[in-house]
Design a binder for this molecule. Structure first.
Ligand code: FEO
Ligand code: CA
Ligand code: CA
Length: 699
């Protein structure tokens, strides 16, 4: 136990962001140390884009789409029933906006999970626990890729819980494994160059997703994995060996073809799976985020490929220094000098059908390629499905996808098969926003403008629809594969690292976490604006979107910032106008979720560096008199980030992912900074928190 996060050995490559240096290295390849990837001026820059594409050699004759800057403009009876549908969302007004009744957890630096009085918490599953039948018992000194491929992976992030049809005591737990931290996994670790190929493959097998059947413990809110030999749904998806199918307009196109896959339609593995969402038809979406850090050799990639690589943070000037993952030693495809298109096959939204363990997971090109945090789907009044998505890097953009086809309700096999195709074709938009206060009143200090709020209007700018591009100089496939450049071309608004984006099932309003951006308004970087109003934004904010007429398929919206994070005692924070003496400090909002009462739950990633406390999970009403009354629900152990969360529809269980416990610079598995949850050394794990009295969590 320790009261303060320990600082052990100094570590090279620490960045100016809001995380520990070790997190920076392994999570995002020290993104903060690299130049800002978005160098666009964000005016209408068709000529620049054309020049860039021309350099990449990808302009095709007749491919220029029309310019549009007009801003006005369940298997059979199972999964569909099983999913927690976000479905028709515009039941305005009828929110249960009562106060959250739990006693807020005080900020702390304990090496433990701390929950409110009257709540209990336990580990559901941890790194190394068996997932597939016959998985060997975990032995950290005997790990092999074959063993890890049957065990729960590392660094759990997204958490989804999908009830099995007709049962309230069985469910499928679907979890992302975003990345690995070799220092904390391999005893005797001395550096990435010393890892054996087998160890590299262990790390690759510890990435991906897990599907685990879980059961309720008695009638409580506690859940545990089902044990036995016949675990029909359990599955491991890895970066090592799982085959994915590319769908949509960019599948099979030139930029996605490689020597191993000349057709450009099949990819091995998934990388950096961060957050995600559950669809109304009972599948799971997962965002491939910091895929750039897995590749070497960009400086020796063909000249034409380099701008496209650089825009995604893949260095065109140098191989990564010592500290890169060196996966090219295990699989040559990670060397861009030899396989320059391999990086283009990551950065997609992945769809997994957990109810069909034999199904091939898919990467949907129609939803664009960027550093996807995740995707959350809502069914619009028209029946089209709409996915809201963030690109998590400094000065990147917010997006939405509107399906071409309409959602088919019902539980028939026909409906399910149809709904499984919804994300394969549609229209992709990027957000441009403006504020309604004079620019002089947005001074970077966080002081509210005279009209009392950071707020304004926004447009969804159409980038591509089916096979038709709306970005001059780019084909539809270009727009989908190099979506960041498309956003640059149409003048999208540079945001402060858009993370998870979640529609409220109660009001239809959309909530996006802007986690932080210490470069905002600094030096030559983009200045503050009303949507990103603080200079050197360390603590982040919540961005709330209200689509005009409640139409998720529309192209105009209004927005405001209901929460500007940080220490409530500081002048630059805002909590919906609520009495700030009654709210918890919060920094670096990351994942967001709703409970069925309409409260917003927010997990954080960065509080140890910005507030000198452990990260945590918070809940806040967003409607009525309690709007802004944010309270801390739990804290996670030393060095950990809080992920998930998932609140079950019966409001009896809160699932949370405890990611990278003990990830403190200089710590190793032999010299750990955390020993949660089992002692000895740290293991990432999914936990569940419940009320023994059976009452609803939160409210
Ligand atoms: Fe993997 Fe955007 O956090
Ligand atoms: Ca305003
Ligand atoms: Ca995240």
């Amino acid at each position: 136990m320790t009261d303060k996060p320990r600082r052990l050995l100094p570590m090279l490559g620490h960045s100016g962001g809001s995380r520990d240096a070790m997190t920076c290295l392994y999570r995002c390849g020290n993104a903060c140390d690299h130049p800002v990837a978005n160098r666009s001026g964000n005016a209408y820059l068709a000529d620049v884009v054309s020049a860039e594409l021309s350099r990449r050699g990808v302009i095709r004759a007749g491919a220029v789409g029309g310019l549009v800057l007009g801003f006005g403009a369940a298997a059979a009876a199972s999964p569909a029933a099983a999913a927690a549908p976000v479905a028709e969302t515009l039941s305005t007004g009828r929110t249960r906006a009562g106060a959250l009744t739990f006693q807020a957890v005080a900020p702390n630096t304990r090496d433990a999970v701390t929950v409110p009085p009257g709540y209990q918490t336990s580990v559901v599953i941890r790194w190394g626990d068996p997932v597939l039948a016959g998985a060997p018992a975990f032995d950290v000194r005997q790990q092999t890729a074959a063993r890890q491929s049957r065990q729960f992976g590392y660094n759990n992030d997204f958490v989804g819980v999908l009830p099995l049809p007709g049962r309230d005591d069985r469910a499928l737990l679907v979890v992302n494994h975003e990345y690995t931290n070799e220092e904390l996994m391999f005893p005797g670790f001395t550096g990435p160059d010393a890892l054996t190929v087998e160890q590299l493959e262990v790390a690759m097998a510890a990435h991906g997703l897990s599907v685990v059947e879980i059961e309720r413990a008695g009638r409580t809110g506690r859940w545990t994995p089902v044990k036995g030999r016949h675990l029909a749904y359990n599955r491991r998806i890895t970066a090592l060996a799982t085959r994915f199918e590319l769908t949509g307009p960019a599948a099979g196109t030139e930029a996605l073809r490689t020597a191993a896959d000349p057709g450009g339609r099949t990819v091995i593995g998934t990388l950096s799976n961060c957050s995600g969402g559950i669809t109304p038809w009972g599948t799971v979406l997962s965002g491939e985020e910091n895929f750039n850090q897995y590749f070497v050799g960009a400086d020796q990639a063909p000249e034409a490929a380099r701008p496209g690589l650089a825009r995604y943070g893949i260095s065109a000037t140098a191989r990564y220094p010592s500290g890169s993952r060196k996966w090219d030693r295990a699989q040559e495809r990670f060397d861009l000098a030899k396989h320059p298109n391999e990086a283009n096959r990551f950065g997609w939204i992945v769809e997994v059908d957990p109810f069909d363990p034999d199904s091939t997971p898919r990467k949907h090109t129609a939803m664009g390629r960027f550093k996807h945090e995740g995707a959350n789907v809502v069914v619009a009044r028209s029946g089209h499905v709409v996915a809201y998505m963030g690109d998590d890097e400094r000065f990147e953009y917010l997006y939405k996808f509107v399906s071409e086809k309409k959602f088919l309700p019902g539980r028939s096999q026909l409906a399910r098969q149809h709904n499984l195709t919804l994300l394969e074709s549609g229209t992709l938009y990027v957000a441009k926003v403006t504020g309604d206060s004079p620019a002089a009143e947005i001074d970077g200090s966080g002081k509210l403008p005279a009209d009392g709020g950071f707020d304004g209007r926004g447009q969804w700018i159409k980038l591509v629809s089916g096979n038709k591009s709306y970005v001059p100089g780019m084909t539809a496939a270009d727009v989908l594969t190099f979506t960041r450049q498309a956003g640059d071309a149409v003048g999208a608004t540079k945001m402060d690292r858009p993370e998870d984006v979640q529609p409220s099932p109660r009001t239809g309003k959309i909530y996006a976490a802007m986690t932080n951006n210490t470069n905002r308004g600094v030096g030559a970087n983009a200045p503050v604006d009303e949507a990103n109003p603080r200079r050197a934004n360390r603590h982040g904010h919540i961005f709330e979107i209200t689509e005009d007429h409640g139409d998720h398929t529309g192209t105009t919206f209004s927005w405001q910032l209901p929460i500007v994070c940080g220490d409530p005692a500081a002048a630059d924070t805002y909590f919906g106008g609520y009495d700030k003496s009654a709210v918890s400090p919060i920094s670096c909002p990351d994942n967001v979720a709703f409970d069925s009462a309409g409260n917003l739950w927010i997990s954080t990633d960065g509080a140890p560096s910005t507030l000198q406390t452990n990260d945590g999970l918070f809940a806040v009403p967003v409607e009525g008199r309690e709007r802004g009354h944010l309270k801390q629900f739990l804290t996670v152990p030393v060095g950990a980030e809080t992920c998930g969360p998932f609140i079950t529809a019966d409001e009896r269980s809160v699932f949370t992912a405890v990611q990278h416990p003990g990830e403190i610079s200089g710590a190793t598995i032999d010299k750990p900074a955390s020993v949660w949850p089992d002692g000895g050394y740290a293991k990432p794990a999914v936990i569940v928190t419940w009320r023994p009295d059976g009452g609803p969590v939160g409210s």
